[in-house]
Design a protein. Sequence first.
Length: 98
Amino acid sequence: MARKRFFWWIWLAILVVVPITLLLLPADFFDKGESICPSKRFFDVECLGCGMTRAVMHLLHLDFEMALYYNAGSFIVAPALGFIWLQWLFRTIKALRQ
């Protein structure tokens, strides 16, 4: 039981540290470098997810214009990710209270 509780604490730490780290990084941190998307690399065709990481990062920093430039779908994906993150956070806190 103590081992399971330990893993819940680790998971909670990850859930807290990752968003803080992303907020502390500059908005253009992921803008450099080549795409690793297979459709872009092999067929030179952008998929619906191309640029999503960069767009979400710009949304986190409230840079809406660049987020729209990289991927307009980020305005749907980012809130969905936020919702999932909140669910994980509340579920983890609930598990630690038991």
